[in-house]
Design a protein around this ligand. Structure first.
Ligand SMILES: C[S@@+](CC[C@H](N)C(=O)[O-])C[C@H]1O[C@@H](n2cnc3c(N)ncnc32)[C@H](O)[C@@H]1O
Length: 253
């Protein structure tokens, strides 16, 4: 994947520069200092001990990192109760879940906190860097250490290929591909998702991904969809959710 003129690593004068150089080399993007002349739109840098993604608008604000804290209203005990449309769709008896479209990992981390055994797949190298940083932070959280939990396993690559190479069948494969926005600031109004849409674009191969998931899952495939999108795999076995958001469940025969 080429990030030409799109992404750079930003060194703001804090910390060891070699860490920034290594990240820039790994992603094959330039290392920049803060300047109006930088041609890139997005920047990765460490701030407050977290790897963050910035765009021009966020340069002076904090930037975006993968948020490892529980969602608003989520119970803080472990495992959190398997409640709501998301848990219903994944299935209470499900043990192992592959999140084949990890993105900002908000769904993966919610599953992890509900006690599911989660494997994450992500194909954007930039997102993999942000996720790696987040899972290290998660591993160091006191509650994770106290309970001796391992953070989700993270696999880098295209899930259409990686799903076929998993070492065992998983109970559920979860898909939340990027659909085109219905109108500006509808389902994508959260800044993190808008930025992700700008960097990775629409996931045009989502039907192929669905087929690959159905082929390898042991029990079910769950697809998160905006209300206006056609179900990815035709008529689902069941659907949970609200008006704006659906979880379509396909149970394997
Ligand atoms: C809408 S976002 C997922 C958001 C995520 N559910 C969350 O809670 O933050 C979709 C992500 O899936 C990734 N993706 C889409 N298709 C993929 C594929 N075939 N293999 C791996 N990653 C994929 C994209 O790069 C993007 O980061």
């Amino acid at each position: 994947m080429s990030y030409q003129n799109q992404l750079a690593v930003l060194f703001e004068g804090n910390g060891e520069i070699s860490k920034f150089q290594i990240l820039a080399q790994r992603l094959n993007v330039p290392l920049r200092q803060l300047s109006e002349q930088n041609p890139e739109t997005f920047f990765l840098t460490w701030r407050d001990g977290e790897l963050k993604l910035l765009d021009k608008e966020l340069l002076k604000k904090g930037g975006l990192s993968v948020d490892i804290s529980p969602r608003n209203g989520e119970q803080r005990s472990y495992p959190a109760p398997k409640e709501g449309a998301f848990a219903q769709a994944i299935g209470r008896k499900t043990k192992t879940v592959v999140d084949a479209t990890t993105g900002w990992a908000q769904d993966s981390l919610c599953l992890f906190r509900m006690g599911y055994d989660v494997t994450c797949i992500e194909r954007s190298p930039m997102m993999v860097e942000l996720l790696t940083d987040a899972f290290i932070r998660l591993e160091n959280e006191s509650w994770v250490q106290k309970l001796q939990l391992a953070p989700p396993k993270l696999l880098y690559g295209n899930a259409i290929e990686l799903l076929q190479k998993l070492d065992m069948p998983h109970d559920c494969i979860y898909l939340d591909p990027m659909f085109p926005p219905k109108r500006k600031k509808s389902a994508l109004s959260k800044k993190s998702m808008t930025i992700l849409q700008e960097v990775v674009g629409e996931d045009l191969d989502r039907t192929e991904l669905f087929e690959a998931a159905l082929l390898v899952t042991a029990k079910r495939v769950v697809v998160k969809s905006p209300d206006y999108a056609e179900p990815l795999g035709g008529k689902p076995t069941e659907t949970f959710g609200s008006k704006l958001l659906r979880y379509d469940v396909y149970i394997k025969n």
